[in-house]
Design a binder for this molecule. Structure first.
Ligand SMILES: Cc1ncc(COP(=O)(O)O)c(C=O)c1O
Length: 429
């Protein structure tokens, strides 16, 4: 711990408090359990920050990385190609809900969003259109920590300090409001000629506390964007690759719901390697056609974008989702999680609400007025009981791997319920 705190600067972490918050120092993993340097085991209840899908050390995924290592670990995609990147992009193109898809790779979710914003902006410039320069985003939105992604994000997490760096965007209420879609539609109708794109996290606003939307509302927003010629950016960094019970959350809104730009990350490699992608429709892609070195080119790219090891594991991961019928497990186990949370957690003192879509759940705590850091304390109590959980403020996120078993769901729910009871007893008695 002392060695860690001396040299590693942890993200979203006050380093002076870090050692006192009993962090887990992971050494290895087995299946869905992480094992710390002292040999203690923890069920990975947050899928290592929402990235792990099939579990850790999956032999098939390990083999895909090792096999690719025997060919090449990395080769740039700037102006050149890579066989495995082509193979993965082809496989992805078969399954994404985007018409005539073209894949621009990067390494992190925030950058997938950043790329989508810049593509949407330049799309209109390339078409010689002088309007269409603004973005419309949702209240409570979170799209990552780079400055563009922060701009379409709605603050929170102590990011107000960067407000002067944010470019201005239009914003309507997020999924916390039942009429979010009507408000967004009214804004699109009022501002269509000035909008470069509308940005949403389809179905679930994850980082704002697992707020959920109805598929019919998504479909409505999609229809209005289409009919008024406004680009739709769907950020599926958190919801993509099976998390909600379909391969992509956008699919819940029906076959006509087709984002113009789709942002992917996190689970894209099953949680193995940093890879992300912005998938553009053919119509968007074509607006960038032009002469070599000409102005219509998209002058953007990252050193490790489309990393060969990442693409190899991502390709095998996509195949395994199909071969193992992972989505069926998500649906079944999500049903169990819902039943167990309703029975053991929802009505318990200290709990305000439970929200869930697929294997994304948020338990909103209801701390006594003078209590502090409930989210953190409940999660620390869960960690002490062998389940790794992490809060978003006073919302405990339950985001287990997609291959989680019913018995593991029971373990997570029992530990969570016990942890809430224990923390409440400390404050209320
Ligand atoms: C919806 C959404 N978009 C973007 C991001 C940013 O992804 P990354 O942390 O890989 O940059 C996140 C991360 O939580 C997210 O939930």
């Amino acid at each position: 711990m002392a060695r860690d705190a001396a040299v590693v600067w942890h993200g979203f972490t006050q380093m002076s408090a870090y050692p006192g918050n009993s962090p887990v120092t992971v050494e290895r993993a087995e299946g869905r359990e992480l094992i710390d340097v002292n040999g203690n085991r923890y069920f990975d209840g947050i899928s290592s920050l929402w990235v792990t899908t099939l579990g850790h050390r999956v032999p098939e995924l390990d083999a895909a990385v090792i096999d690719q290592l025997g060919r090449v670990a990395h080769a740039t995609l700037l102006g050149n190609g890579s066989r495995v990147a082509v193979e993965f992009a082809e496989a992805l193109a078969e399954v994404v809900p985007v018409a005539d898809p073209h894949v621009l790779f990067a390494s992190d979710g925030a950058v997938a969003v950043e790329q989508a914003l810049k593509i949407a902006y330049q799309y209109w410039v390339n078409r010689g259109d002088d309007g269409h320069r603004q973005f419309l985003a949702l209240g409570g939105a979170y799209h990552g920590d780079t400055v563009g992604a922060l701009s379409v994000g709605d603050g929170g997490f102590g990011t107000a300090i960067f407000d002067q760096l944010r470019f201005p965007v239009l914003r309507t209420s997020g999924y916390a409001s039942a009429d979010w879609a009507d408000k967004m539609v009214a804004c699109i109708e009022a501002h269509a000629p000035s909008l470069a794109a509308v940005v949403i996290e389809p179905l679930v606003q994850g980082a704002s506390g697992i707020l959920v939307a109805e598929p019919s509302d998504l479909a409505l927003v999609g229809r209005v964007c289409r009919s008024l010629g406004v680009l739709l950016i769907c950020d599926e960094v958190a919801t993509g690759f099976g998390r909600t019970g379909k391969l992509f959350a956008s699919e819940w809104a029906g076959p006509d719901f087709r984002p113009d730009l789709l942002c992917l990350g996190k689970g894209i490699t099953g949680g193995y390697l940093p890879l992300s992608a912005t998938v553009a429709s053919g119509a968007v892609f074509e607006a960038f056609d032009g002469p070599d070195l000409g102005e219509s080119t998209f002058y953007h790219g990252h050193s490790y974008g489309g990393n060969a090891l990442g693409c190899a594991v991502a390709l095998r991961h996509l195949q395994l989702i199909e071969e193992w019928d992972v989505l069926a497990n998500v649906v079944a186990v999500a049903g169990r999680l819902s039943t167990r949370l309703a029975a053991a957690v929802a009505g318990q003192p200290g709990v305000a609400a439970v929200r869930q879509r697929g294997l994304m759940a948020g338990v909103e705590l209801d701390p006594p007025e003078d209590a502090s850091r409930w989210g953190r304390r409940v999660c620390a109590a869960a960690v002490a009981r062998g389940v790794l959980l992490r809060p978003l403020g006073d919302v405990v996120v339950v985001m287990p791997p997609l291959t989680t078993t019913p018995e593991e769901v029971d373990r997570v729910v029992d530990v969570l319920s016990e942890s809430i009871r224990a923390v409440r007893a400390e404050d209320v008695g």
